[in-house]
Design a protein around this ligand. Structure first.
Ligand code: TRP
Length: 446
């Protein structure tokens, strides 16, 4: 069977950027920035993206295109009979824990998309929006219904394969996403008091920075760039030999960061303009924004446009996670794409249902003081992804023969400029930084 692949440079870019740009940029990035002091968090995040994220993305691309395999198969073929495939296994575990809760939040975006269309939805007070949000996510039925619809859409794209599924829909949806976020920015910037929101995003107050802020910023860099799980590795396995991997990684990173900034600009001027507390946590987007839309010019249009944007971003990321599992089941267990996609989706949806119920009737703090849904998020971004990223960096930096990695980076590139720097970062700064951040994250140091 001929292996599927991306058909064009634009297709690769749209799909990889589609994976990176997601709920992480809009929902997660903005509430973390709100919680962690604004601009200082943003600058540390930016440094992590450039110094840690970008080199790891290049490393994942290198392994993926070199082997043209799923994360486990890739390590098996490069270093047979070693423990390295465990890195791929960690990615499979991360894929299950991220996508199961991601599907639930994806469902939330669909619910808000539908509700924000009705005129009456924009007339409540911020308190009432908090009640609406809590009632919704605690309901045992409706969030599961919306989760099922979201996972159904994810399934429908992935089952069609790379070219006629993932590539086609990413090329269609990603430009739409940029258009909508810019539109919202224009409206947001014309609101009275927008300046205060911009100062919050761009004027750092370093007194707010401690080790926790740094840990969160680094974790967010992994989450937002889709790193440490093998997502980018898997996508790169469908990239043709004529493409420059470093250039593609740089473009994806810039696009992802740009959307995070644009999302911040869409949200914080409005939050400050209406005196809403920026530290509202995960509810920031779902509780405070409807209140903002109700009071802003064109809210009736901007509101649904925003939730449509969020749903699209979530969808193009969800498909990239599902593809990791489908590639693994398809290639290692030799299942057909349809069977692999059905079984993965069903499993993910079942775990996601438990996560959804853990916001309501099954809510307890049985998982290290967290409910199941929060646990899945923390477990994956604070543990699986950085550990996965660490081993990927070590692998390309130290274990992969330099001739191979150098060669792979040269294919499709005009020259070797930057290869040395990337490999040097992967050998030294990247693993060292992950260790420091990881150890302080679990409280060993700092
Ligand atoms: N990066 C996506 C977002 O920001 C989510 C995502 C897709 C992801 N693939 C991933 C997160 C792999 C971690 C690992 O929403």
């Amino acid at each position: 069977m001929k292996r599927d692949s991306f058909s064009s440079r634009m297709g690769v870019l749209a799909a990889a950027a589609g994976s990176a740009i997601g709920l992480g940029n809009i929902w997660r990035f903005t509430y973390l920035m709100g919680d962690n002091g604004g601009a200082a968090f943003f600058l540390i995040y930016l440094a992590s993206v450039i110094l840690i994220g970008l080199p790891i993305m290049i490393a994942e691309f290198t392994i993926g295109r070199n082997t043209q395999k799923n994360p486990i198969g890739a390590f098996k073929s490069l270093v047979p009979k070693s423990a390295w495939p465990l890195t791929g296994w960690l990615g499979i575990i991360a894929a299950f824990s991220v996508l199961s809760f991601y599907g639930v939040v994806g469902g939330w975006t669909l619910y808000y998309l539908v509700r924000s269309v009705s005129q009456s939805f924009l007339q409540f007070s911020p308190d009432q929006y908090a009640t609406i949000f809590t009632n919704y996510i605690e309901n045992p039925l409706i969030p599961i219904l919306t989760q099922l619809i979201f996972m159904g859409l994810t399934f429908a794209i992935v089952v069609r394969g790379i070219q006629s599924g993932i590539e086609k829909y990413s090329k269609l949806l990603m430009p739409l996403l940029f258009l909508i976020v810019i539109l919202i920015d224009v409206v947001a910037l014309t609101m009275p008091g927008a300046g205060e929101g911009l100062a919050f995003i761009f004027k750092p107050d370093w007194s707010k920075v401690d080790m926790k802020v740094i840990v969160m910023a680094v974790g967010q860099a992994f989450f937002s760039l889709s790193l440490g799980m093998g997502t980018m590795l898997t996508y790169a396995s469908y990239i043709g030999k004529q493409q420059d991997l470093k250039k593609t990684a740089l473009q994806v990173t810039v696009a992802d960061t740009l959307v995070a900034v644009l999302a911040g600009v869409a949200i914080f001027p409005a939050v400050f303009s209406f005196n809403i507390d920026p530290t509202s946590g995960p509810g920031l987007v779902f509780i405070t924004l409807p209140a903002v839309f109700g009071k802003m010019p064109f809210g009736q249009i901007v509101g649904p446009a925003f939730f449509l944007l969020l749903a699209i971003a979530a969808l193009t990321s969800a498909i990239s996670i599902l593809e990791v599992l489908v590639a693994y089941f398809g290639e290692e267990l030799k299942w057909g794409r349809k069977k692999a996609t059905i079984i993965s989706t069903v499993l993910l949806t079942l775990i996601g249902m438990i996560a959804s119920l853990s916001n309501g009737i099954w809510n307890n703090d049985a998982f290290f003081g967290m409910n199941f849904m929060d646990f899945l998020g923390a477990f994956s971004s604070n543990y699986c992804l950085p550990i996965g990223g660490f081993f990927i960096a070590i692998f390309v930096g130290w274990r992969m023969k330099p001739e191979w990695s150098n060669q792979e980076l040269l294919i499709g590139a005009k020259n070797a400029r930057g290869n040395k720097l990337v490999l040097w970062l992967l050998r030294t700064l990247v693993p060292a930084a992950i260790i420091v951040v990881f150890l302080s994250g679990i409280g060993v140091i700092g």
